[in-house]
Ligand binder design. Structure first.
Ligand SMILES: C[S@@+](CC[C@H](N)C(=O)[O-])C[C@H]1O[C@@H](n2cnc3c(N)ncnc32)[C@H](O)[C@@H]1O
Length: 446
């Protein structure tokens, strides 16, 4: 053994031992090798981490170790080490090489997946939900991917097998390298889907009523996710749960022409409802922040015409000069642009700012948390707490992530880092000694 860092034998052993020490607490375990498509699930509570299309060839990978283990363990476990290499045919993986092309490989995976969930529905007990883990490859973790064919097919397979989705929970499963990689999609979460049996005689609902139900039920789910400081990059996927919970409560959602609304279209409606909800949260912001948000939507950090800024400002009753004084934008030669977080002064003191806004605090915190670390950002947060509503800052970070992910991955990374660090940041801010800090200023008097 040459090192103790991740990837070393030392670390690999620790990863194996840690869960084992926890599982002793619930009693003995029996480990068997069986094909998930055909095994009996009677008497089991199912919690599964299934493969996803062609992400990883586990069987091929296993051969690398298997050939060595076989030499040592063949006599002890003849049932497991009887074959020269690991079994391949049963493996649920969409491997074009193994299955004669992409189309038949996908069919092998999807058919097998359906068989597994059908077998579980037939023999697993009805009293407990089953849980299904899904980890996403980084490039698959964009919001638009909740509409990807892969996801829709998998959800459809679960529903067709007689399950309804009652919840989804994002879990942080990556090692703690989070802020180091604060790129837009740097956090790696798994999503846990919670499934319960679904009866064939559930009611039918129209598309319009489905949308109405989404609008009624998603706000509470969104608040809960945001209060749990879910990483913005995971928000869209985590909303699949509450959205699909509505969808799968009905045996069918009918379009106006009488056809059934597909899972893919339902996911698109869930995403749309989420966008609308996030946009509704803008209404609660102070006028300066509303200006900046509108400007950002149109121009990002780019320059725009002074005249446009003036008329946008008029609509909110704020002169552009005041916004400039507020430290959020710069105006010159007939044009205006917002200040990027990286351009904001490090020495900024929220207590001494005579025109502070939620926007300004959000940008400063995003800058501080990504360049100076949690403690420095927490000191700013503690001071800003006396001046603005920090909950609004957190919500704005989510909103900016949503807007930025389509146009600027760097910005998306900044705001994702801020919102996902929110819990440790708030805890650290509470520990900061704020004695001697100046209290809030009366903004109305300005
Ligand atoms: C996403 S991985 C699970 C990884 C595991 N949770 C871990 O942390 O190591 C999916 C697993 O499903 C297994 N698998 C694939 N096809 C299977 C089948 N037909 N029956 C049972 N297991 C299968 C693969 O060998 C792989 O180990």
């Amino acid at each position: 053994m040459l090192a103790a860092s991740s990837g070393s034998l030392d670390a690999a052993l620790k990863y194996v031992i840690k869960p084992l020490t926890m599982s002793w607490a619930v009693g003995e375990a029996t480990v068997v090798q069986a094909d998930a498509r055909t095994r009996d699930y009677s008497g089991f509570v199912v919690s599964t981490d299934p493969p996803y299309y062609s992400n990883i060839g586990y069987a091929d990978l296993s051969d690398f170790f298997y050939v060595w283990l076989r030499r040592v363990l063949r006599d002890a476990h003849p049932d497991l080490f009887g074959t020269v290499l690991t079994p391949k045919l049963e493996e649920l993986i969409a491997s074009p090489q193994r299955h004669g092309g992409s189309a038949s490989a996908e069919r092998h995976f999807e058919d097998g997946f359906r068989q597994v969930f059908t077998a579980m529905r037939l023999s697993a007990g009805n009293d407990t939900p089953i849980t299904v883990y899904y980890a996403f490859k980084q490039q698959e973790r964009k919001a638009s991917d909740i509409l990807s064919t892969g996801w829709a097919t998998i959800l459809e397979a679960m529903l067709a097998a007689g399950w309804r989705i009652t919840a989804t929970w994002p879990l942080l499963t990556e090692l703690d390298k989070r802020l180091v990689a604060s790129g837009a999609n740097a956090l790696a979460s798994s999503i846990v889907l919670v499934l319960r049996p679904r009866n064939a005689d559930e009611p039918v609902i129209s598309r319009r009523d489905f949308i109405r139900a989404l609008r009624a039920e998603l706000p509470a789910a969104l608040t809960e996710l945001q209060q749990g400081a879910i990483a913005p990059v995971d928000l869209a996927q985590a909303t699949i749960g509450p959205g699909m919970a509505v969808y799968s409560r009905y045996s069918r959602v009918i379009e106006s022409d009488g056809s059934s609304l597909s899972v893919k279209s339902a996911l698109s409606l869930v995403n749309q409802a989420l966008d609308e909800l996030l946009a509704e949260q803008d209404g609660d912001l102070d006028a300066d922040s509303r200006f900046c948000l509108r400007w950002y939507k149109q121009f990002g950090w780019k320059r725009g015409d002074y005249g446009i800024a003036e008329s946008m400002g008029n609509a909110l009753n704020i002169p552009v000069k005041r916004l400039e004084h507020g430290g959020v934008l710069t105006a010159r030669e007939g044009s205006v642009r917002l200040l990027r977080p990286s351009e904001l002064p490090r020495k900024w003191d929220p207590a001494k700012d005579d025109r502070i806004s939620v926007w300004e605090v959000t940008c400063h915190l995003a800058r501080a948390v990504t360049t100076e670390g949690t403690e420095a950002a927490a000191r700013l947060m503690a001071k800003a707490n006396t001046r603005v509503n920090l909950e609004a800052v957190q919500l704005l970070a989510y909103r900016l992530y949503e807007l930025a992910q389509h146009k600027d991955p760097e910005d998306a990374g900044l705001f994702n880092a801020l919102a996902s660090e929110w819990a440790p940041l708030s805890a650290a801010a509470q520990r900061v000694d704020t004695r001697g800090m100046q209290g809030g200023l009366d903004l109305d008097a300005l």
